[in-house]
Ligand binder design. Sequence first.
Ligand code: SUG
Length: 451
Amino acid sequence: MSQAVEVNFDAIVGPTHNYAGLSYGNVASQKSKNTIANPRLAALEGLAKMKFLADLGIPQAVLPPPLRPDIATLRCLGYTGSDAAVLQAAGKDDPTLLAAVSSASSMWAANAATVSPSADTADGLVHFSPANLLCQLHRSLEPEATAAALRAIFADEGAFEHHRPLPCHARFADEGAANHTRLCADYGSPGLEVFVYGKQVSPPSPIAPKVFPARQTAEASRAVARRHQISPDRSLFIRQCPDAIDAGVFHNDVAAVGNQNVLLCHDRAFHHQEQVIEDLRNAFERVARQPLHLIQVPSDELTLAEAVETYLFNSQIVTMPDGTMALIAPSESRDHPRARAVIDQRILAADTPIKGVHFLDVRQSMRNGGGPACLRLRVVLTQAELERAHRGVFLTPELYDRLVAWVNRRYRDELRPEDLADAALLDESRAALDELTQILDLPSLYDFQHG
Ligand code: SUG
């Protein structure tokens, strides 16, 4: 067993953060449609969360956002002329298309990829699978840039294996780590990789949500586990409860979160939950040789609707330098008496490894359905792998200060859907990302940097 740490890679919120109501099945996104966004505040909230965790002694790094509006996609769809002409024409023809190519949705890094640490993989490499996010147009435009960023940060082929996103077909709909949890004794020892899916395509299953779409398929989850070379006895495939999806749990991380030997979940997160819990306990005990700390929250203490409203389960559970765990929870769960009671009584007062809670404000993201856990991609790295990763993206006090100054200088503090056709916004975004590349000491990631 090697010493390893879990690094949270949070995506920097891009300059076009806005509320376009693009995500059917995501209650907050629908509710915020056409309200005024504050991209500067969104980016600062994200950075403040990163800084808070780094100050706790939790390894923290950043992921750069892609260029938005995605002018290349508009050109690919037949819009021609100057950038201004392309944006104007698309905005006039089809405002939803313009909103989709302008979304800053890459901020939810939990959907960027699925990552398996070297302790779990047969070839001893860290495996990355960028998610294809094909269920929604705006998110389906993310994988190429995500893959490029991950390759730039984890460039060493002797340690890191980068897969292509899964084939772009509904059978392989993949939403990344938001539907994947790794349970383990400690980060460096082999873990149990838990893959959660919303539907099975082939053969079609009658177990399906009735109102909202299921995003992740069983086929995608199995393919990711296979290509990551996870041993079958160290992986588990679980179906989401269809009622949870219909209540707005569009990703499993809205109803469950795990860290090391702890799993916190709602009692209606999974289909056939009782059996699933037994399987989880047995599998974990077999892999980790210790019991699982399960914290299951009953519906009569917090309904699924309240889970979606408060995002309690979208907290991060982090392991502190002293070995205890802490809950990094959205402030919405502090302000909701029943969610707060769950935190105080079921999590803190009970005999669990979670000894503290910190409430953070990520409201700009929450209003689009993204809590603290959505904003980060977990990457477990050994000391040797850490040394091989690109250092420029790791958050230090100096980098934090530079990023805050950069956001304050480059970002708008108001953005409405109709502003997305403004060619100045594209110019501002290019300038911001060009500078960001230098701040993070990355190679040129963006097409516009290649002339
Ligand atoms: O895919 N919202 C994202 C939120 C993703 C949250 N991630 C996790 N649960 N891990 C989504 O639904 C809204 C964009 C808009 O409406 O403008 C959006 O894409």
